[in-house]
Every structure is written in C-alpha cells, then in structure tokens.
Design a protein around this ligand. Sequence first.
Ligand code: ADP
Length: 321
Amino acid sequence: MSSSVPGQGTGRTASPAIEVSGLRKSYGDKVVLDGIDLTAPEGTVLALLGPNGAGKTTAVKILSTLVTPDHGQVRVAGHDLATHPHHLRAAIGVTGQFSAVDGLLTGEENMRLMADLHHLPPAEARRVTADLLARFDLLDAAKKPASTYSGGMKRRLDIAMTLVGAPRVIFLDEPTTGLDPRSRHTMWQIIRALVADGVTVLLTTQYLEEADQLADRIAVLNGGKIAAEGTPDQLKRQIPGGHVRLRFTDPALYRTAVATLQVATRDDEALTLQIPSGGSQRELRSLLDWLDAAGIEADELTVHTPDLDDVFFALTQEVSR
Ligand code: ADP
C-alpha cells in the first residue's frame, strides 16, 4: 500500500466521509427507503445488512449518483449529492454487482481503459497500471483476457480498476459473494489495507461473518428503515441469548452448583450449567462475586455472546415473510 496518504496528517478535521439523513425513495407505491440516516467517519467500514429486497442496492445506487432520491441529504467525501453530484462521483469508487470488468479485454487493457477514463497521462497510466496489477497479484495474468480469470481474480481486477481514480470512498456491493474461502480472505485483507490507508468503505453483504470481520459499524436495514445501528459488539449485546457456561469435572461440585444456581440451564451429562448474561464486564464481575460467595468453583468458565446471525434474525424476522 502506498505510504503517502492524502488527507492524513494535514490536520483536516474528521468530518464523516459518508453522511446521509432522512433518505427516502419509492418506486411507484412501493416505499423502498423510508427515511434512513447513515454516518461513516473517514477510514472506517460501514456495513449495510438486510434481507433481500431491503433496499441495500438502492441505497448504494443513490449514494453513488446512479439513482435520484425522493428526499434526504447525502454527503459523500465532503460533496453534496444535490448540488455537486459530479464532484461526488469523482471522489468515489463502486465495485461489486456493477462490475466494470470487460471479459474480452486483458486485465492490463481493462486497467488502461480506466486510466484513460480518468485522463491519466500515458506515463502515469503505465505506472499506476503496473503498480495496481502487482499489488493485486495479477501481473502473471495481465496479458490474458479477463474472461479466463477465476472469480477471485475478477474481483481483484475490479477493485484494482476502481483504485485507478484514487477514490476516497468505495462502495462494495457484496464483494465476496460466490468466492471460495481463500479468495474471500484475500478480499478481506485487501479491504483492510485500503481502510488502513484512510479509504472509507460502505459494504453491503449477505454474509454476517463478513460484516463482523470488517465493519466498524453495522446498519441493519429492514422494511425501509434502519432497524439497528452500532458496532458489531453493540448489536450482539442488544439481543438476548448471551450466557456464561460453567463446566465442572467433579460431579459433587456440579450438584452443589445445580442446587445453588436455580436459574441455570443444566446439562447433567456434560456437567455444565448455563447462566443468562449479557457478557459485559459489570455483569461478569457480579456473577463471579456471587459464585465466590456461594463457594462455587467451576473448572472452566466461558462467555458466549450472541453472534450476528442471532442479531440479524431477531431484527428482521417480523417483516420478512
Ligand atoms: P437489496 O439490495 O436489499 O436486495 P434492492 O435495493 O435491490 O434491495 O431492492 C429494494 C426493493 O426495491 C425491492 O422490492 C425491489 O424490487 C425494488 N426496486 C429496486 N429497484 C427498482 C426499480 N428500478 N423499479 C422498481 N422497483 C425497484
């Protein structure tokens, strides 16, 4: 990754790279976005989650100037969508479902085409193309038609093409759908490296693990509204299902614990007890104090927080049919 990062160390105040308020969009009678607010500080990943048809793609299309909203304020990379759509468009990159890769062209030709679109002088176009192809491990395949590339290579080329214009904000619409686990991990590394360079990423994904891995904040879209927003951990703490598991090896100790901890769910064969807990430090401390006071000493104590799947299902089950 390049070491000179525009905007870093220049004292620029950290106004959000993405600011959306009161965004509305309907198609005919169908309200797709019913007043949504989103914020992403510079150099962070905001994940937009939601079931199929929730309006994720519509939101991305609006934020990237492809679709006009009915109402609402949108600022991306400091540019107002209503007044400066061309500035906004020039500051962003869009990849994913709207892939720009032309299968008939080689990887290198695809890159050069992007360089031409960005009016890079020939020498710089050559340099940027070579740099990006090397960075995304595509040099060996550079002279082959993109139609011969694997899914992972196509996604890497797609991102490389997006980076020709040095965008400060990137929209990644389902960037790893259909990729094998290794390619998915490579893509995650690429995204993390971009963010470390100060790029802001708006990610839509169906994979909750992906949001958990990459996102600083997650917004769950459902029924046209943001059903919940927060860090992955905040979202997990919002829903019930967390518990502390105590495992015993001594059956006598286990039985004492069962008798004392009336609320616990028990597994007599595994000699384990589950105590409902949100998993916060305060809750754990009081639980441990209570166990100490009762003279209960488990051989193993593990904390289980709900995962994002639990969160997603809890938040989206009422509206999806
Ligand atoms: P997601 O990306 O979350 O799956 P979309 O934004 O693609 O959701 O779609 C949200 C809803 O808006 C869907 O019900 C879809 O049918 C509808 N929709 C999207 N684009 C159009 C369009 N151009 N005309 C009419 N309806 C549309």
